[in-house]
Structure formats: C-alpha cells, structure tokens
Design a binder for this molecule. Structure first.
Ligand code: FAD
Length: 464
C-alpha cells in the first residue's frame, strides 16, 4: 500500500461516523483513506455494540411502529438535555435523521423488527439487522467497493496542523511511524471514555472503579491533539452517558449484555445497605442513563439492585446470573452487606409501600408513603423468596467533551473561525448536541448525520 501519496480525504477512526464520512467522500469521487486504531477484528469502536438509530419519520418505514415527527424528537431532546443543546445543530441532526433509513439502506445496511426489552423504541428507533456489527460490516463492504483505503491497527499518534489547517497525520503501524497527508481531515475517533487517567481528572480515584462498556481504543488521543492545536472545545468534560451495569462485567467492551434493567422492580442500596435514589422516578427509558452517575457518587462506586421472586422475569437479564438467597440475611452475607441494616432498609421500605395496580409499562400508582427517599412508581414489597441481587457499577458509554463544529461538520478554531479543511463527526463532536443527558439511539443519529456532512464537506474542500 502506497502511503506516501496524498489523499483527498484522510479519516481518523473507523466506526459508524468514520465510515459514513468515507462513503460520502468516495461517492463524491474523492480518494479516501480510513485510519483505524483497532485491529480488523475489533474495527468499529463502540458502533459494534449498537442496536439502533433514532430517526424522525412519517410511519411509512416497514420496520417502525408509528410516526415520530421532528418536533416530538426535538422536544424529547430538550427534555433530556435540560435545554443544553445547540438548537440549530440539534434541529439539523433531527431533520437529516429522516434520510438515514434510506441512505444507510443504499449503502447495504439492513433493518429488522424492533427488539423488545425494557426500552420500547419501535416507533422512534430503527433497529439494525445483525446489530451494530451488521451495520458496520455493510458500511465497510461498501467503502471497500468504492475504493476507500482501509488501514487497521494504525493508531493516529500525531497531527500536523498549521494555522488551523490540516497537513498530515502520523499513524503507528507495526511499530513504524507513517506520515499520511491529505487535503482534508475528518476526525471520527470517538470520545475519551477508555482513558481512565483522563476520567480521573474530573472524577478523582472514583474513575478507577468505572467499567467502560465499549472499545478500549477510544482513548481520546485525536481529540486531545485537536484541542492542543487550537480547535475550540465544546461540552462539559464531566458529562457522559453512563448506565448501571453488572459489576462483574469486564473492564472494557462488555457491551449491551451487561446492562441491568432490574432497578425499577425493587430497590437499590449502596455498600452501607442504604437506599439513595427514587428507583421509580420515571419510565425506565427516561431514567436508565442517570444510574451510572448516581452509582459513581456512592462510596466505592458500588451498589446492589435487590428484587424478589415476583420480578425476576420482568426485565432483560444480565449475562451474569443473579445472586440468589432464600432470606435477606443470607443475601446480605453473600453481598458482604451489614445484615441488620439491610433488614431494616427492606422492612422500612416494605412498611411504606401503598397498595396499587402494578404496571411497569406505565407510571402506575404503586408508590411509597413517607419515606425519606420515596419510590414513586412500581413499589412492591420485597418479601417473596427467593431473593435476588445484582452488583452494580457505573458503566461509561461515551464522554461528551468534544470539538466544536458548525452546520457543515467543520471544526471551529478557538479564534472563532472555521477551520480551512478539518471536519469532525460522531462521539468526538456529540457534545455539540448533547450538553447532558441522553436519548436512546441518538449517538448513531449524530454520527451518521455528521459523518455524511463531514464527508461531503471534506470532499468539497478537496475538489477546490
Ligand atoms: C454497549 C453500547 C451500546 C450502545 N448502543 C447504542 C445504540 O443502540 N444506539 C446508539 O445510537 N448508540 C449506541 N451507543 C453509542 C454509540 O456506540 C456511539 O454513539 C457511536 O457508535 C459513535 O460512533 P463513532 O463512529 O463516533 O465512534 P466509534 O464507533 O466508537 O468509533 C471510533 C473509532 O475511532 C477509533 N480510534 C480511536 N482512537 C483512535 C486513534 N488514535 N487513531 C485511529 N483511530 C482511533 C476507534 O478504534 C473506533 O473505531 C452504544 C454504545 C455502547 C458502548
């Protein structure tokens, strides 16, 4: 492979955003190279773990279950971010999301019926047949067909940027450094979630107890280099998407099979056997993404979801079996919790539960009365053995600190000027749209929409 030639478009990263950009630039007739840090088997970063993409649509897509109009999408985004979103970029993302089913379809991506489970998303999210890996394989196949050069096991280790203008990048391939030059750059190399030292800057030693749900390759090196070279930052570095996952999950790449949706069905206690948050505050799809942060704030970043036999079959289970005991005392012993305190926490909770009609698909009337920390919905006594517990840790999905972009996906420099030839897409710029909070499936929406915009923009620049 001749890496000494100059490419029209150089793309750092190899996930969904990178491939959407690569295909768009190649379709515009440009020469394109994708420089991916991971070996071929692990190509595609966090995208490998995804299942769906959120799209505004009129209900005509065969795999979707109803209309999801752009205004409703925008309202949902407003609610989860508390208004912390760049409105023009958010509206652009939503408007262009309407094209994604057909555009991705043209690249060979197939969609299937919505998956069930605790998050019901059939109306708002299109599900990839074969999941994120299926989506990626289709995009990689199309990129190869269009002549895109694909480099694996090639982490970008430095960037040559002069006055806001990309000149070249250096990738490390088999211990050798290779400089790859191009007329424009698309940075699509993810966030910094897999970089524990970087997370420690904001979270302190708590970060050592975080588990990273996705790729170990998203260490934020490209993001850091861009910020050091004068690209404007966006997003709060402490904000990220973090959910409760099984504490037995591996440090990296545990994926979706380690997420725990048992929380609304029982109580959650910390290592002092005390409850610390309303487990039934709102419908699970609107609350699942706050639990990673809540657990991160607990001592030693550990918590336990406790349910009884009434609920064990009501949620998608973790890949690890529940810890099971015939009595609360036995459960406390296995979990290493103070027996008497756990007994008291559960006795107080049970005594506060008011009768109601249990229905976990809606905000039911099963709540507690006069508890310091209430449970607002789905409160049922925990009294039918066997008892079950799952240990929980913060599972970090992706971070929100990123590079600032404009409506073309073009990076903004800290001077306030747009870069001449640098574009960004995906997690590395998601903080433009996600100031905080999360809406299931919007990671792939942002990556696909801005991947296309960045690829088209980079191709346009390279032609001029
Ligand atoms: C378990 C899990 C489930 C998820 N489910 C969904 C879902 O169903 N729907 C949804 O919308 N979102 C989901 N997300 C979020 C989603 O994965 C991301 O928003 C999306 O994949 C981001 O795409 P991306 O291309 O920006 O990043 P990635 O897909 O992570 O790609 C980044 C790429 O950059 C590469 N890279 C990193 N550093 C370098 C470097 N120095 N040099 C070269 N390459 C580098 C990485 O190897 C990787 O290939 C999920 C995430 C996880 C972890």
């Amino acid at each position: 492979m001749d890496l000494s030639r100059s490419f029209d478009v150089v793309i750092a990263g190899g996930g969904n955003a990178a491939l959407c950009a690569a295909i768009s630039a190649a379709r515009a007739g440009r020469s394109v190279i994708v420089v991916e840090a991971a070996p071929e088997f692990y190509r595609g970063g966090n995208t490998r773990h995804t299942r769906n993409v959120r799209v505004a649509q009129d209900g005509s897509a065969p795999t979707m279950t109803g209309v999801y109009d752009p205004d409703e999408f925008y309202d949902d985004l407003q609610r989860v971010t508390g208004g912390q979103t760049d409105e023009p970029l958010a509206r652009l993302t939503i408007e262009r999301s309407g094209e994604l089913i057909s555009w991705l379809g043209e690249q060979g991506v197939q969609f299937g019926p919505p998956l069930g489970g605790t998050l019901s998303l059939g109306r708002t999210n299109a599900f990839f047949l074969g999941g994120g890996r299926g989506e990626l394989n289709s995009l990689y196949r199309m990129a190869a067909k269009l002549g895109v050069v694909l480099l694996y096991d090639a982490p970008v280790v430095s960037l040559k940027i002069e006055n806001g203008f990309f000149v070249s990048l250096t990738a490390k391939i088999k211990d050798e450094l290779h400089e790859i030059s191009g007329r424009s750059l698309v940075a699509a190399a993810g966030g910094f979630e897999a970089n524990i030292e970087w997370l420690r800057r904001y979270w302190g030693p708590a970060a050592d107890n975080f588990l990273i749900r996705g790729t170990p390759y998203n260490r934020g090196d490209v993001l850091r280099m861009l910020l050091e070279k004068g690209v404007m930052a966006t997003g709060d570095p402490t904000q990220c998407h973090a959910v409760a996952i099984d504490a037995r999950a591996p440090r990296f790449d545990g994926g979706i099979a380690t997420r725990l949706d048992s929380i609304i069905f029982g109580i959650v206690v910390n290592k002092s056997a005390q409850r610390f948050y309303d487990e039934g505050e709102d419908l699970w799809p609107k609350r699942y993404a706050i639990w990673g942060r809540l657990i991160a704030q607990q001592p030693d970043q550990i918590a336990y979801s406790i349910i009884d036999s009434k609920s064990i079959n009501l949620f998608m289970p973790s890949i690890f079996p529940a810890i099971t005991a015939q009595s609360i005392g036995e459960l406390a012993d296995i979990l290493g919790l103070n027996h008497a305190v756990l007994d008291q926490t559960i006795a107080e909770f049970n005594a506060a539960v008011r009768p109601g009609h249990f229905d976990h698909t809606q905000l039911d009337d099963c709540s507690t009365d006069r508890l310091r920390i209430p449970k607002s919905h789905w409160a049922r006594t925990i009294d039918r053995p066997p008892y079950f517990a799952y240990p929980l840790r913060p599972g970090i999905t992706f971070t929100y600190l990123g590079v600032r972009v404009n409506h073309e996906g073009r990076m903004m420099m800290s001077s306030g000027q747009p870069s001449g030839n640098m574009f960004a897409a995906g997690e590395i710029m998601a903080g433009n749209v996600l100031g905080k909070g999360y809406l299931a499936g919007i990671g792939m929406t942002i990556g696909s929409v801005f991947g296309r915009l960045a690829g088209e923009g980079a191709a346009r620049h390279a032609r001029n």
